[in-house]
Design a protein around this ligand. Structure first.
Ligand code: AMP
Ligand code: MN
Ligand code: MN
Ligand code: MN
Length: 279
């Protein structure tokens, strides 16, 4: 069992890195990538737990980037978490996230919702703050019935709590991952709601930049979307990755390692050498 996209409290997941690895081990996962948003701060703790439980931990992150005025997510696997340029860039993203959070709270206050920054920060278990932390605060204070509704009403473009993120351009992100020894994978490509032409433009540009793979199977995509992404991966001759995008046990429809088998015609982004994945 292979899960190459998961979150912990080092970003917007609800399990600590140790709990996540324990949860993965009991779900039968043998190869787990921790891919927190814009952070590798959970990796050391997760590695210690993985060593104890005998599962392979792949060091990763999910980098936020801008492409064609949109936010995209790039899953990076196999990065050197001590890489100096990577850490410097992630520190900048952390700062940008903090100022975005302040703006978000101000916009919500103008809308009559006070205390959002403190409220969101209570849900953030590390220094990294994101929209899901605000979403949890807004649900808890009764501004929406669930997380899905809160995003629709408050946290997406055109809504009162939305402030666009200031991320690095896609090409810079791919380069940053590569120079840290990692591989770059377009996360959940169907989630961006791009037209077919635009999506194909993204894949060809990504490939030209040296991008390594497409996340074909994702807990953030439907079965039909996974299938469509498999066809694109074949078409562009890009290897395929798979990940649950697990954020915590409270979203029961997204469970660790619960994924269909990789499409047999797709080339997996990993090689399995005597029970260890390499990339
Ligand atoms: P951020 O990186 O701070 O902009 O937050 C993005 C995160 O918010 C994603 O990784 C998801 O965890 C969460 N998210 C975004 N859109 C939705 C949605 N419609 N429903 C639930 N969670 C969402
Ligand atoms: Mn998230
Ligand atoms: Mn994502
Ligand atoms: Mn994710």
């Amino acid at each position: 069992m292979i899960d190459l996209h998961t979150h912990s409290t080092a970003s917007d997941g609800t399990l600590s890195p140790t709990e996540l690895v324990q949860h993965a081990a009991s779900a039968g996962i043998r190869h787990l990538a921790l891919t927190d948003h814009d952070s590798v701060s959970g990796i050391n703790e997760a590695q210690a737990a993985a060593d104890q439980l005998g599962i392979q931990l792949i060091h990763g992150l999910e980098l936020s980037v801008t492409w064609s005025k949109r936010t995209l997510h790039i899953v990076a696997l196999n990065v050197d978490i001590h890489n100096v340029k990577l850490n410097a860039a992630l520190t900048e993203v952390l700062t940008a996230r903090q100022s975005r959070a302040q703006f978000m709270a101000e916009r919500l206050a103008q809308h009559g919702i006070e205390g959002a920054l403190e409220g969101a920060q209570r849900h953030a278990k590390s220094t990294l703050i994101g929209r899901l932390h605000f979403a949890k605060f807004l649900v808890e204070t009764g501004h929406a019935k669930d997380i899905r509704q809160v995003f629709k009403r408050f946290l997406v473009q055109g809504k009162p709590g939305y402030v666009s993120g200031q991320w690095m351009p896609l090409e810079e992100g791919v380069e940053l991952i590569h120079q840290a020894g990692g591989i770059a994978i377009i996360a959940h490509p169907a989630r961006y709601k791009l037209s077919r032409t635009k999506l194909r433009g993204l894949f060809s540009e990504f490939k030209a930049l040296g991008g390594n793979a497409i996340e074909v199977i994702s807990g953030s995509q439907s079965k039909d979307e996974n299938h469509a992404m498999a066809l694109h991966a074949l078409d562009f001759d890009l290897p395929a990755s798979q990940g649950s995008d697990f954020h915590g046990p409270e979203k029961p429809w997204v469970q660790l390692g619960h994924m269909p088998e990789m499409y047999y015609r797709c080339q997996p982004v990993w090689q399995n050498t005597e029970g260890r994945l390499t990339f």
